[in-house]
Design a protein around this ligand. Structure first.
Ligand code: SAM
Ligand code: TMP
Ligand code: ZN
Length: 408
């Protein structure tokens, strides 16, 4: 019998297609000695039979994930800094050109995007519940409200600051199960001809690349043009543009407007047709994805076990949230991966969630190159491989597991 839950968009039946087992919070790096205090939940995803939205079967309370010590700092990647500067520049020259324009960003994190907006002197507000990163954004001169965005927050912002020309969210909307409240908030806050722009990992890329590690506690929804169009429609909004973008392993940037306010671009129909052709919304496609995931697990464990038997040193590169899914689903223990190198101070000296692999500063990797580096931050592969020529020159090899397990 298949497992089901209720859809967070339309209350339809969500049927499970993959179970990644008992998992910890992906960004809860453990202080040594606190191993027994970890929170676990069942990580599984399903597809809604009515609106086709792919989503987690179980929801993790938001305060457990987003709090004062949330360790993810957006500005850790130079590619992402450039990505967001370019987006800011584009918005400043298109949507934010009227009289005293105003932009609100949900999940501004350390201010990676709004910094350029603040520097241009355009009115802005970042809504960011995670206190530590919100402080970093404020230190950059950005106006920040330490809060979860939802309907009541939106009404309050509208009252104090007036309507927004742009509401923007990167890698944040897919983190929020209470979508009804968010979209009500968006329609309250948006100027009649304003836009709601958001970018998140794309189910089309996840299925094509078997990037199953995009599934973790914080990623509640896995959007497609079709499911976003339906979600928008139900809330008085309309999908008017889509753009595939290469960051974070493949994302789509969606633009919504109030229904009827803007004419949808041809890109919307094109992406909808592409999705239909790939049968993205069909259960059988997602079952095939689940089969491919199991193969990656077997191959990766076989490779790591062989390398251990040969006495090779394997170190993880990038203690990503994604790596929690990989290590816990595959059963990668510290005897297979010695430590994980990560440049984020808040992760260093701690243990990876669930499997308790030590996370160490970058120097631990660069100062004593291992035989193999398991690239958990594969979404930053170009940036990392360019920077790590010395590792390669020393005979080091990369292990990757997306779209399949391979050594290069
Ligand atoms: N936008 C940044 C980027 O793309 O790098 C940060 C993405 S980070 C993965 C997700 C952020 O969303 C976190 O900083 C978290 O605190 C924030 N967040 C979670 N729920 C939120 C909500 N309801 N309203 C606003 N921000 C939220
Ligand atoms: P992300 O995949 O969610 O962006 O997380 C990337 C993680 O990898 C983050 O903890 C920072 C870390 N990282 C490095 O350690 N070195 C690097 O060169 C890059 C780009 C990221
Ligand atoms: Zn649904």
């Amino acid at each position: 019998m298949s497992t089901t839950s209720r859809c967070r968009i339309c209350d339809g039946t969500v049927t499970e297609f993959i179970d990644l087992g008992r998992q910890p919070l992906s960004d809860a790096f453990v202080v040594p000695g606190d191993e027994k205090k970890e929170f676990f939940f069942r990580l599984a995803t399903g597809i809604c039979e009515s609106c086709t939205m792919v989503q987690l079967m179980e929801e993790v309370p938001r305060d457990l994930m987003f709090h004062e010590a949330y360790p993810y700092h957006s500005s850790g990647s130079s590619v992402m800094r450039t990505h967001f500067q370019e987006l800011a520049k584009r918005l400043l020259t298109t949507e934010l050109t009227g009289e005293d324009p105003f932009i609100v960003e949900l999940g501004c994190n350390d201010g990676i995007m709004l910094k350029a907006v603040a520097e241009a002197g355009v009115r802005q507000l970042g809504v960011e519940p995670s206190g530590g990163v919100a402080d970093l954004a404020a230190a950059k001169g950005i106006r920040v409200r330490k809060d979860f965005f939802e309907e009541a927050t939106a009404a309050d912002i509208r009252e104090n600051d007036g309507p927004a020309d742009v509401i923007y969210a990167a890698n944040t909307l897919c983190h929020i199960p209470y979508m009804d409240s968010i979209l009500k908030g968006v329609t309250t806050l948006l100027r009649p001809n304003g836009v709601f722009v958001f970018e998140d990992p794309y189910l089309g890329d996840i299925v094509e690349r078997t990037s199953f590690d995009q599934i973790y506690d914080e990623h509640f929804f896995f959007f497609t043009a079709r499911s976003v169009q339906e979600m928008a429609r139900r809330n008085g909004l309309e999908l008017v543009d889509v753009e595939r973008i290469p960051v974070h392993g493949g994302e789509v940037r969606y633009t919504l407007a109030l229904a009827g306010a803007r004419k949808p671009s041809s890109a919307v129909a094109e992406l909808l047709a592409w999705e239909a052709e790939r049968k993205l919304a069909e259960y059988a496609t997602l079952e095939r994805f689940a089969t491919n995931v199991k193969k990656i697990k077997e191959d990766l464990i076989a490779l790591l076990t062989k390398l251990r038997a040969e006495g090779k040193r394997v170190v993880g590169y990038g203690a990503t949230a994604k790596s929690a899914t990989v290590t816990n689903f595959c059963g990668i223990t510290p005897d297979l991966v010695e430590f994980i190198s990560d440049t984020t101070p808040a992760k260093q000296g701690r243990l990876s969630p669930g499997q308790h692999i030590p996370v160490r500063e970058y120097q631990a990797f660069a100062g004593d190159h291992p035989d193999y580096a398991l690239l958990f931050a594969w979404n930053h592969a170009d940036e990392i491989m360019n920077a790590e020529q010395a590792f390669r020159d020393a005979g080091g090899q990369w292990i990757r597991y997306v779209p399949n397990v391979h050594v290069s």
